[in-house]
Design a binder for this molecule. Structure first.
Ligand code: AMP
Length: 503
């Protein structure tokens, strides 16, 4: 019987004698070699007692062996549960306990704390370090003979990815073989991925972007990757000449643009740059085109849904939009109170349906019912608009909507104007408690390097451009905005920081 993801993503590596991965040290790993590592790890997982459907929590550095472990999980039918390397032992404890993981794999440097976490939750503990070595590798080396992949249907779970949980408890999104394969197929086709492609991979592999969008698409299309441990501008500039494509978050692009060595000449040969996971400013899109001649292709997705929309490969890549629904995916914009479609062009909650949409939250049937409708539409919690050509523009997260004196304020409208003000590099608008208005609009600004921002001048400009209820009641100037590893501004932290401003 078949194992959907294994057959399409992993099995083709077995016969590839050409380079599949290049690491930052210049080590070149052939497809067949990664396949062998994956199969020996799959044998080890089985020998350690893991069965199909069991969960394996993995908090390890990004290495080729870590990717082989993902392939091993696919082969053994084990549900892969990648964890952000920044999580503390207490956070890992929550995930291992909630998912009832049978095995926790982590860096040996964390063994002291995490062995205890594993023991408390009745899980095994094994190690894999930043060089791809550790106790799990030792087990794998002892395995003899090949590994027969475990049969899995399209509906079986391949992974559980926990949402970042900035507003509450982190939820485990259950992703099936069908969810992942269908999305990889659509993206590979839409973005024209070929065996000749070399993807510069500088994203983390504990998140949907780096793990599924990037690696699944490359594995499916038979391409190869330059597999960097993270984004370092110098390293990326060094490797770009050997790549044909790069997938990034917006901060990758702003950092490259801040570097004079990043020139149009350097990337003349490139075929595609994509961006997602956080909003790409139209200004960044334009500056990138001016510098390189390339129009970044922006797309939109999330942990629960894989990718939903994309700007076109051929055709109009519109700055500030996330493009149209991908083939097979339906997108609609609804009123958050009534759930009915809003009139064309008006803002509302983005809902999506398609084979990409997850199977629900792990052991949270109530949360699943709240967000995943009976008819299959998932309520994303993102606010956006849909234009007559089907292009989606994201305005912000529903939870970031500010209600001040009974009026709805979308932070993005104000942020776009703030970003135009003299000396302003970037901005974030949030709502904080206010005794009269319920919430008050405040703005947090970062100045351009070497420049200063005059809050009074900005306030006066806002007075001319915006209705009074939208004007920030306070303007703070800070050195940096707090961001998570995917480049998303953590507005929850800003709300906390300024929560007592009007108390
Ligand atoms: P995550 O589940 O961590 O991938 O986060 C998903 C969220 O990231 C989405 O619900 C959006 O709020 C945001 N996001 C992803 N792609 C984009 C994009 N291209 N533009 C704006 N926001 C995005």
């Amino acid at each position: 019987m078949a194992n959907l993801l294994f057959d399409h993503l992993v099995a083709p590596l077995a016969t590839r004698n050409s380079t599949f991965l290049m690491d930052s040290g210049g080590r070149e790993i052939e497809g067949c070699s990664l396949y062998e590592t994956a199969m020996s790890l799959a044998s080890a997982l089985t020998a350690l007692g893991l069965k199909a459907g069991d969960r394996m929590a993995v908090q390890v550095d990004k290495t080729p062996e870590a990717l082989a472990l993902y392939c091993a999980a696919v082969a053994a039918g084990v549900v892969f549960l990648p964890l952000n390397t920044a999580y503390t032992a207490a956070e890992v404890d929550y995930f291992v306990s909630d998912a009832e993981a049978s095995l926790l794999v982590a860096d040996p440097a964390k063994a002291e704390l995490l062995t205890e976490v594993a023991r408390r939750n009745g899980a095994r503990f094994e190690t894999l370090d930043g060089k791809g070595e550790g106790s799990l590798r030792e087990h794998a080396r002892k395995q003899v003979g090949g590994f027969e992949p475990v049969a899995r249907s399209g509906e079986d779970l391949a992974a559980i990815l926990y949402t970042s949980g900035t507003t509450g408890q982190s939820k485990g999104a259950m992703l099936s073989h069908d969810n992942l394969l269908s999305n990889a197929r659509v993206l590979a086709e839409e973005w024209r991925f070929q065996a000749s492609d070399v993807l510069l991979h500088a994203l983390p592999i504990f998140h949907t972007h780096g793990l599924f969008v990037a690696t699944n698409v490359v594995m499916l299309s038979g391409g190869s990757m330059i597999f960097l441990p993270g984004f370092k501008t110098d390293e990326v500039i060094k490797w770009l000449p050997r790549a044909t494509t790069m997938m990034g978050v917006p901060t990758f692009y702003t950092r490259l643009l801040d570097t004079p060595a990043f020139t149009g000449e350097l990337v003349k040969h490139m075929r595609l740059f994509t961006s997602g996971s956080a909003p790409l400013l139209a200004e960044t899109h334009q500056r990138f085109e001016e510098r390189t001649g390339h129009r970044i292709l922006e797309r939109y997705g999330m942990t629960e849904t894989n990718m939903n929309t994309s700007n076109p490969y051929d055709g109009d890549r519109r700055a500030g939009t996330v493009g149209r629904a991908l083939p097979g995916v339906e997108v609609k914009i609804t009123n958050p109170e009534t759930g009915k479609d809003v009139p064309q062009g008006e803002p509302g909650v983005i809902e999506v349906r398609g084979p990409n949409v997850f199977r629900g939250y792990w052991r949270m049937p109530d949360k699943t019912r709240e967000e995943l409708r009976m008819d299959g539409f998932f309520i994303t919690g993102d606010i956006g608009t849909l234009d007559t050509d089907g292009y989606v523009t994201i305005i912000g997260r529903q939870k970031d909507l500010i209600i001040t004196g009974g009026y709805n304020v979308y932070p993005k409208e104000i942020e776009l104007i703030l970003d135009e003000q003299p000396g302003v590099l970037e901005s974030a608008v949030v709502g904080v408690p206010h005794p009269d208005f319920g919430e008050a609009v405040i703005a947090v600004l970062v100045a351009r390097p070497g420049q200063t921002v005059d809050a009074a001048v900005v306030a006066a400009a806002m007075g001319e451009r915006l209705a009074r209820f939208k004007q920030p009641k306070h303007i703070a100037i800070v050195a940096d905005l707090p961001r998570n590893t995917m480049g998303k501004v953590q507005k929850n932290l800003l709300r906390e920081q300024f929560t007592s401003l009007f108390a």
